[in-house]
Design a protein around this ligand. Sequence first.
Ligand code: HH2
Length: 303
Amino acid sequence: METATLPDTARSWTLRLPRGRSLPLGRRPRVMGILNLTPDSFSDGGLWSDPGRAVERGLEMLAEGADLLDLGAESTRPGGGVYGEGARTLPPEEESARLLPVLEALRKATDAPLSVDTRKGEVARQALAAGADLVNDVSALADPDLGRAVAEAGCPLVLMHSRGELATMQTGIRFHDVVREVRDELALAARRAAALRVDESQLVLDPGIGFGKTWRQSLALLARLDELAALGRPLLVGASRKSFIARAAAREGAPDPPPGRRLGGSLAALAWAATLPAAIVRVHDVEETVQFLAVWYALAEEA
Ligand code: HH2
């Protein structure tokens, strides 16, 4: 689809998945449906902590048009800001015990790409053995063993930008030029991955919206997403329901919309990310996102 509204920066990549499968990226964002198997996630904690319901929700998101799923068994809600103390770090056994039954059941039920959102090498290793296709690491290799597990499996790896520890991330935030610094730190993360023998052509990079950033810095990262394209790798954007939306949409005297009522702002962020286009968008509201993108691209084709 070659149209005036799609920018020249549009590029394509193919991620290689286990068992000879692949995930082509570029042109239009792929929709990654979020499946939080946690009691304490910021927007849907506890909703899918029953394994049977979680599997149903995963399959429902695929039926709604998700291209891949992201299973997370440990909340990564940053502390020190709107989420108080932030999420509790789980021992790997507890994280795996939540994750593996759902992952195994989904693996039996679908061939769709399954991503695992974890910061721990041990959990990543077990998940890959249980049929996960890619690893999404919000700490960008704080645990080098995660890099080694990914390198051994030869699977794709998402490196997300963040600074500091989850528990205190939203305090003492300092950037001079957030976009330039995030770009440089993502380049460093990619080098850390290469040193652990992760194949560069399997990397996906993510600015980490809301992780150790003020709401204005999150807005700046989205608004100037094209500057991160210079890194040469596909970008993943996770803006869905995040608190910068409530801040940006604040009205005097009106209460902040809670996470479940931030769809309008989430779609605005998505529209912005689609213009790059971001390669993958990580979302809670799959049905609405898929419909939004279908109409957005139908319009782009007509323009
Ligand atoms: N955001 C969250 C979790 N994982 N991974 C990537 N790559 N990018 C993100 O922006 C991102 C992420 C936080 O959202 P959520 O999973 O809904 O909440 P929680 O971490 O509280 O489970």
